[in-house]
Design a protein around this ligand. Structure first.
Ligand code: KE4
Length: 433
C-alpha cells in the first residue's frame, strides 16, 4: 500500500502541530508507525492522500452515520452557506434542531447547543453541581466524556476514594471531587451512595460504553443508577455523544426506557459539522444563563451551518424506514463474520455487539468493565488492523474503540469485509509468534 503522500504530510504536520495531528487517537500509534492522511470520502468509502480506498468503519468516530457526502446533508450545507455561515445572533435553525431533539428525547425538555461533546459534558456537570449545590461527580473507569479536567480522572487507590488526574495539567484538586467506579458494578454505586450520597452532584455514564470498546450495560445496571441517584438527590447524566441518534432516534434512553436528568449529545447530531448539546428537565435547564445563573457560552454554538447539517442528517434518519434495524443488522452480520473467522483462525477473540456498535477484543470474554477490556491484546489488534487496511477496510485505529457502521454500507460491502477477515485473524494469531 503506497503511503508516501501521508508520510510527506505527516513530516510537514510534525513541524507545526503537536504529534502532527489535531486529536491524539488520529496519530494511529497503536496500529501504524505514522498516520494515514484522509483526502476525500464518497458514501461508504474514504480515500487517503495516496488515493488508497477503504470501506469506512470509523466514519469519523461516529458522526457519519449516513456515510460520506450524503446528498441531503451536502445540499443543506451548500444552501445554508449561500445564505450565511454564522451570525452571532439567534437563528431559526437552532430552534428547529432543538425542537427535533426535544421531540425525539422526551427526557430532554430543553437543550443548549455547544460545539463539541467535551463542551456538552463539561457544561452538564457544572449545571449538575449548581443545581444540587454539591461537588462530587461519579464516573466509570473506561468511560470517556471528553477532555474535561474533572472527567480526565482514573480511580484513586480504593475504587470509591477520590480519583487521580490522568493528565499533567489537571490539578489534583480538579480530580479530587471525582469518584471513579467500575462500570456495571451497581453494588459499588449503592455502597458509595450509602456513605457519601449527600455529597454527590451527579453520576455520568455512557449508557452503552464504547470508549473501552463496546461494553453493554448489564441488565439492571442503568435502572439501578436511576434508582440510586434519585434516592440520593443526585442527577443522572447520560453521555449519549456516541449513542444519541445512533442506537435509536431517541438514543439509549429510548432503547432502555430510562429518563436521565441530563443528556449530553454530539457526533451524529451535527451531521459531520462541530455540534454538541446538553439538555434535560426544564427545572434544571432553567438554571443556565441567561435564564439562570449558571454561565456557559460559545461563539459558534448553534452555528446555522452546523444546524443545517444536523437537521438534514437527522431528517434522513427519521424518514428512512428501518434505518436502525439496518444498522443493527449490519453490526450483527459483521460480528457474526468476525466470530467465525476468529474461530477458523483459532485465535482468542470476543466480539461484543450492541445496538449497531461493535468491538472485537483479543481477549477472553465477557468484557464487562475496564479491567476486562484492558486485557485485549494490542499487538494482535495491530496486526488485525493492518491486514484489514491492506485489504481496503478501515477499522478504528485503536484497540479499545468501536466500529461505527453507516447506512452507506451495502450487503456487498459487508461481503467484502467478511472476505477480508480470515487473513486478518490469521495475522492476529501469528502476531505473537
Ligand atoms: P468531542 O469533544 O470529541 O466532540 O466529544 C467527547 C466525547 C464525549 N463523550 C463520549 C461518549 C465520546 O465518545 C466523546 C469523544 N469520542 C472520541 C472517540 N471515541 C472522539 C475521537 C477523538 O478523541 O478524536
Amino acid at each position: 500500500m503506497k503511503d508516501d503522500a501521508s508520510q510527506t504530510l505527516f513530516a510537514r504536520a510534525l513541524q507545526v502541530t503537536p504529534g502532527g495531528v489535531n486529536s491524539p487517537v488520529r496519530a494511529m500509534r497503536g496500529v501504524r508507525d505514522f498516520p494515514l492522511f484522509a483526502e476525500r470520502g464518497e458514501g461508504a468509502i474514504v480515500y487517503d492522500a495516496d488515493q488508497n480506498a477503504y470501506i469506512d468503519l470509523l466514519n469519523s468516530w461516529g458522526p457519519l452515520i449516513l456515510g460520506h457526502g450524503h446528498p441531503a446533508v451536502v445540499e443543506a450545507i451548500r444552501e445554508q452557506a449561500g445564505r450565511a455561515l454564522t451570525f452571532g445572533l439567534a437563528s431559526g435553525l437552532e430552534v428547529e434542531l432543538a425542537e427535533f431533539v426535544t421531540a425525539a428525547m422526551p427526557a430532554v425538555e430543553e437543550v443548549r447547543f455547544v460545539s463539541s461533546g467535551t463542551e456538552a459534558t463539561m457544561s452538564a456537570i457544572r449545571l449538575a453541581r449548581a443545581y444540587t449545590g454539591r461537588d462530587v461527580v461519579v464516573k466509570f473507569a473506561g468511560c470517556y466524556h471528553g477532555h474535561v479536567d474533572a472527567l480526565l480522572a482514573r480511580a484513586g487507590s480504593g475504587a470509591a476514594l477520590s480519583a487521580l488526574p490522568v493528565s499533567p495539567g489537571v490539578p489534583r484538586k480538579a480530580a479530587a471531587d471525582t469518584v471513579v467506579l467500575p462500570y456495571n458494578d451497581l453494588g459499588a454505586v449503592e455502597d458509595l451512595m450509602r456513605r457519601r450520597g449527600e455529597e454527590i452532584a451527579c453520576v455520568i455514564v455512557e449508557p452503552i460504553a464504547a470508549n473501552m470498546g463496546v461494553v453493554p450495560p448489564k441488565p439492571g445496571f442503568l435502572e439501578g443508577l436511576r434508582r440510586a441517584t434519585q434516592a440520593a438527590g443526585a442527577l443522572l447524566i447520560f453521555d449519549e455523544v456516541i449513542t444519541g441518534f445512533r442506537v435509536a432516534l431517541g438514543g439509549a434512553q429510548e432503547v432502555f426506557g430510562i429518563r436521565p436528568d441530563l443528556t449530553c449529545l454530539g457526533k451524529v447530531l451535527g451531521g459531520g459539522l462541530p455540534v454538541g448539546a446538553y439538555g434535560g428537565r426544564r427545572e434544571i435547564m432553567e438554571r443556565v444563563a441567561p435564564q439562570g445563573d449558571v454561565y456557559q457560552a460559545g461563539t459558534l454554538s448553534g452555528s446555522p451551518l452546523a444546524m443545517a447539517a444536523g437537521l438534514a442528517q437527522l431528517g434522513v434518519l427519521r424518514r428512512t424506514e428501518g434505518a436502525y434495524g439496518r444498522l443493527a443488522a449490519v453490526a450483527e452480520a459483521l460480528g457474526a463474520a468476525m466470530r467465525s473467522a476468529a474461530e477458523e483462525a483459532d485465535v482468542l477473540a470476543t466480539v461484543q455487539v450492541s445496538h449497531g456498535l461493535l468491538t472485537c477484543f483479543f481477549a477472553a470474554g465477557p468484557i464487562e468493565n475496564q479491567e476486562d477490556a484492558a486485557r485485549t491484546d494490542a499487538r494482535r489488534y495491530r496486526a488485525f488492523w493492518q491486514a484489514m487496511a491492506a485489504q481496503g477496510v478501515l477499522f478504528a485505529p485503536a484497540a479499545n474503540e468501536a466500529v461505527f457502521p453507516s447506512l452507506a454500507l451495502t450487503d456487498e460491502h459487508v461481503g467484502q469485509i467478511a472476505a477480508a477477515l480470515p487473513r486478518a485473524f490469521a495475522a492476529a494469531r501469528d502476531a505473537l509468534r
